[in-house]
Design a protein. Structure first.
Length: 342
């Protein structure tokens, strides 16, 4: 049966739609293409919550002055392998793509490259950047701070974000290791979905306004998210904010503005990009052999459910990418029409 609410669209067409929508928001063409590369790749990997549909929320903030459509981006080279990118409140995916490119440029020459980003906004998911780096033979560690939704461990007031981080390890044969994770147990969207279904939630998802774990999604939405692993996830979230916020010169903790509550205010988010050029670490075929052996050891693990074999991070998304490259995306027709309306 054909889904009347979906329309088949290929990667090139989706990028064309995204670029045109961004241009109509005042973004110059080369910058629009960089933003579209990140968001389209998110969709191709099956991460539709962070794909081209985000252009609509970015556009609303551009219209009210919360995001700068014509930034003056400046690169400050601190050392041969360390730089800071001052984003001038530009679109996050634009700064992310530029930072990744600069990091790989340094790593190509010196083996390693680190770029700190300040003056940014939501930069999409981590995995598209990790995938782009892995395709060119670079290991990557990427992180960002975020709007405050989490209280310090044992506290009752939100002071830090779910601060996503990700790792990418290249496999010359294309089966890359790609880990992309936020440091909250779940996203708030899952709690909203449970509320809409009239269901309770696990006690490790969120706390109420007093900081007490709750199974009531309404109390959870009025409260705060919990970090993965309790105090361990809290510590990791702080470490990410140190890298992405403190060292970059960006906002950190509750200095970060909430894009949904203050859409006209610059967030001044910070990001961190580190890449390592793996080509100099071993001889011809060395990394591919080790990566494949690594994957084989994990895949050979007997599964609890035979229909759900053991996988490594990124495998599901790479399967989605290959499927979408061959068959196109079944995209929400209303969202495509909304993008075209820009």
């Amino acid at each position: 049966m054909v889904d009347m609410f979906k329309r088949k669209v290929g990667q090139a067409e989706l990028k064309s739609i995204a670029v045109e929508a961004l241009e109509r928001l005042g973004i110059v063409t080369d910058e629009a293409e960089d933003v579209a590369d990140v968001l389209v790749m998110a969709d191709m990997l099956g991460i539709h919550t962070h794909g081209v549909a985000r252009i609509m929320s970015y556009g609303e903030r551009i219209k009210v002055g919360g995001i700068n459509a014509n930034p003056r981006i400046e690169l400050h080279q601190a050392y041969p392998t360390v730089a800071t990118l001052d984003g001038d409140n530009a679109l996050g995916p634009l700064l992310g793509k530029r930072a990744l490119s600069q990091s790989m440029k340094m790593a190509s020459e010196f083996g390693i490259g680190m770029v700190f980003v300040r003056g940014s906004n939501h930069f999409g998911p981590v995995m598209p950047y990790s995938f782009m780096a892995a395709e060119q033979g670079f290991m990557s560690f990427i992180a960002s701070n975020a709007t405050t939704t989490i209280a310090p461990y044992g506290g009752t007031s939100p002071k830090l974000g779910n601060n996503p981080l990700g790792f990418g390890f290249p496999n010359p044969r294309g089966e890359h290791f790609l880990l992309d994770m936020a440091l909250s147990t779940v996203a708030r969207a899952k709690i909203r979905s449970a509320r809409d279904r009239g269901e309770s939630i696990p006690l490790d998802w969120a706390v109420d306004a007093s900081g007490v774990p709750t199974g009531d999604p309404n109390e959870a939405l009025a409260g705060m998210l919990q970090t993965i692993g309790g105090h361990k996830g809290y510590g990791l979230a702080l470490a990410v904010d140190m890298l992405a916020g403190v060292l970059s010169g960006a906002a950190y903790l509750n200095h970060v503005k909430a894009w949904d509550k203050q859409p006209d205010q610059p967030q001044n988010l910070g990001h961190f990009f580190l890449t390592i050029n793996t080509k100099g670490l071993g001889g011809e075929g060395w990394l591919g052999e080790r990566m494949n052996d690594f994957f084989d050891i994990i895949h050979d693990t007997p599964a609890i459910d035979d229909e759900r074999p053991v996988q490594l991070p990124g495998e599901r998304e790479l399967v989605a990418l290959r499927h979408h490259l061959e068959h196109g995306l079944d995209y929400d027709a209303q969202q495509l029409n909304a993008l075209r309306a820009y």
